[in-house]
Design a protein around this ligand. Structure first.
Ligand code: CUA
Length: 179
């Protein structure tokens, strides 16, 4: 049979199934089932894709909360752009803004203390990707995502955006210090 000419027997589904073809269908089916179970399993056992609480918010409401935290707990600024480095008290609610094209402000957290990390976007979808630990959270405008975090190692962590958001996407980076 040729792939160019129409099949001589047009009722192809009445032909017996070849053993090789049947085997491949079976392998593909089993793999589909494994991947399906992984979606649920990874949600429970995975450490990368955190489950967030999500609330509706507005830019104004969220900006006000973030600004209040920045005004109260800024300990220094960094770079020529004077990005505030904020050291909120352990156990508190901490706020991070994603926007074209940065993460604001820089957070300084304490090791082994638990925080409620809030995230939202001021404009488009962004992706919060914390490196090098590879934690990923979708950041959607209009919604406030809240995730409980307990940093268990000190160091400098980078936040990169992993949701394409325009010309400055590749430069959309932020920072979290853990002391
Ligand atoms: Cu923000 Cu890509």
């Amino acid at each position: 049979m040729s792939a160019i000419l129409p099949p001589s027997d047009r009722l192809w589904w009445k032909q017996p199934l070849d053993r090789v073809e049947g085997t491949w269908i079976l392998i593909a089916f089993i793999w589909c089932m494994i991947m399906f179970a992984m979606m649920v399993g990874w949600h429970i056992y995975g450490k990368q894709n955190l489950s967030t609480e999500t609330y509706k918010t507005t830019r104004e409401m969220y900006t006000a909360k973030t600004q209040a935290m920045v005004d109260k707990y800024t300990v220094r600024t960094e770079t020529d752009r004077k990005i505030p480095v904020v050291h909120p008290p352990a156990g508190s609610d901490v706020y991070l803004i994603a926007r074209l094209w940065d993460w604001w402000p820089v957070l300084e957290l304490e090791k082994d203390k638990t925080y409620r990390l809030h995230l939202t976007s001021m404009d488009y979808n962004h992706g919060f990707s914390l490196q090098p630990v590879n934690i990923n959270i979708q950041v959607v405008p209009g919604y406030e995502h809240v995730v409980k975090v307990t940093p268990n190692q000190s160091g400098i962590f980078s936040i990169v955006c992993n949701e394409y958001c325009g010309i400055g996407h590749a430069n959309m980076a932020g920072r979290i210090y853990v002391k």
